[in-house]
Design a protein around this ligand. Structure first.
Ligand code: GCU
Length: 463
């Protein structure tokens, strides 16, 4: 995101500390032993576990509340087993210690056909409450049990693809298959950290079906430079949250103004050393070392890359590293140059990709054609784009956006959309005031750009 960022009021947020994912055994809580309000314990449909299940009264507000004991604080997976013999969804609000996520419970085909539905959440060490409340007049489904377990990455983008590597001019998964990742960028962590919580990240992973979260940490504009410890810890936390949900994480060093990445060189070395040291055992990281350089030549950016890449590789030799390009990562086009300066003088390191950013209402065919040509010669990653103007605001140009998306699908160029927040601009996917309470799943709180991009992220992956 470049130019004219308005300073947002920073909401007071309790700093989240890093929590390891607990390696806990699964614990079963039978619904018939939980607290039931407006419902009955029954056993007339076979296939339940324990001694029965709860039949919710057909009314809004009927609930089952489980007292869940967690050995440790941190990410956990809750799996609800249910049957719904009707053909209509029976949505419920899942409140974990009062923080609510909406969840669908579609028909299972019969009251004797039980299915499981999981969500990732964050638990406190010790006592927690999980209340599952019917939100429509039909009441909830029949609920058999709740199982608490460690987050499962089964079936997720990271489980399917594992460690990524750059293969020729493409991105490949652990089997050598060329893949495209699609996902969302956060807004600045100094402004919109409250949009990155258990429920919103669950929605991003499960409802939006995103493959990747870009963690956008500004350096200036009240960002990292003001409190390196706080912002590094926010990034640590978000890496854990993405990992728990089986998403890739792009660590975006969101340098912007001043536009010379060397201005923040020593800060970048400190930051990336700690990130790479702590997370080198993970297989889902990509490092984006310079968001949008400006006012400097490609060789200046390249020199910066040559100093940062070894710092990361010393601890994390496998992760792809994405290098920003001239003139706000336009491959030089916004300065009147072209992609040839990078093609003729590439970064001298392996497993490297190059950044391209565009805003479809501002950046027309000159930009589209440069991306298309570049992608045939060097590995490209669109780590940020918008359907509107380069300010992240103004009208959407969905027609041109679709041209970019078609090109990126054809050439397997991975992309990340700006941005997963509720700021007032048209490019922030949620309507103002959505954060922190949500709801984040579905389309009720999405602006037009949000609804458009959610549809395109949800399209099945070709993994
Ligand atoms: C039927 C069914 C119940 C179910 C109920 C409902 O009565 O037997 O088990 O709970 O429908 O609509 O909720």
């Amino acid at each position: 995101m470049h130019r004219s960022m308005r300073l947002a009021v920073v909401a007071a947020i309790a700093a989240l500390s890093l929590q390891a994912v607990p390696a806990q055994a699964a614990t079963t809580y039978e619904a018939e032993n939980a607290t039931v309000s407006q419902g009955a314990v029954e056993s007339n449909h076979t296939g339940y576990s324990g001694t029965g299940f709860v039949n919710y009264d057909n009314t809004t507000g009927s609930y089952v509340e489980f007292a869940v004991d967690s050995p440790t604080a941190g990410p956990a997976t809750l799996t609800l087993r249910y049957a719904n013999g009707t053909s209509a969804n029976r949505p419920m609000a899942i409140a974990v210690n009062g923080a609510t996520t909406a969840k669908d419970f579609p028909g299972t085909g019969a009251w004797t056909t039980w299915q499981e539905s999981s969500l990732t959440t964050t638990l406190n060490a010790g006592a927690n409450t999980v209340r599952t409340t019917a939100t429509t007049a039909e009441g909830g489904p029949n609920l058999d049990r709740l199982v608490l377990g460690a987050p499962s990455a089964a079936g997720t983008p990271v489980q399917a693809n594992g460690q990524l590597t750059v293969c020729g001019v493409r991105l490949c998964n652990q089997s050598g298959k060329q893949i495209q990742l699609r996902g969302m960028s956060s807004h600045g962590l100094q402004w919109y950290y409250q949009c990155l919580n258990t429920a919103s990240l669950d929605a991003l992973a499960n409802d939006w079906k995103a493959d990747v979260l870009r963690i956008s940490m500004y350096i200036q504009e009240d960002g990292y430079e003001t409190n390196p410890r706080l912002f590094t810890d926010r990034v640590h936390n978000l890496i854990e949250q993405a990992t728990a949900r089986g998403m890739y994480a792009i660590i975006d060093w969101h340098m912007l103004d001043p536009g010379d990445p060397n201005y923040n060189l020593s800060r970048a070395k400190t930051f990336f050393t700690e990130i790479a040291q702590r997370h080198n055992g993970k297989n889902n990281l990509l490092y984006e070392i310079a968001n949008e350089p400006s006012g400097v030549s490609w060789s200046t950016i390249r020199n910066y890359a040559h100093q940062i890449i070894p710092v990361i590789r010393q601890y994390d030799p496998e992760a792809p590293i994405i290098v920003g390009t001239r003139a706000w990562s336009s491959l030089g086009v916004s300065d009147g140059a072209t992609e040839t300066e990078v093609i003729n003088n590439p970064v001298n390191a392996a497993n490297i990709m190059y950044t391209f950013h565009f805003y479809a209402a501002s950046h027309g065919s000159e930009y589209l054609n440069a991306l298309s040509r570049a992608a045939d010669r060097i590995p490209m990653f669109v780590t940020e784009f918008g359907t509107q103007e380069y300010t992240g605001d103004g009208s959407n140009n969905f027609t041109r956006s679709q041209q970019y998306l078609d090109l990126m699908a054809q050439k397997k160029i991975s992309w990340v959309n700006w941005n997963f927040s509720d700021d007032e601009r048209s490019g922030a996917v949620f309507t103002e005031g959505t954060c922190p309470g949500g709801p984040y799943a579905g389309t009720s709180r999405l602006k037009p750009a949000g609804a458009w991009i959610r549809d395109r992220i949800r399209t099945p992956d070709d993994f």
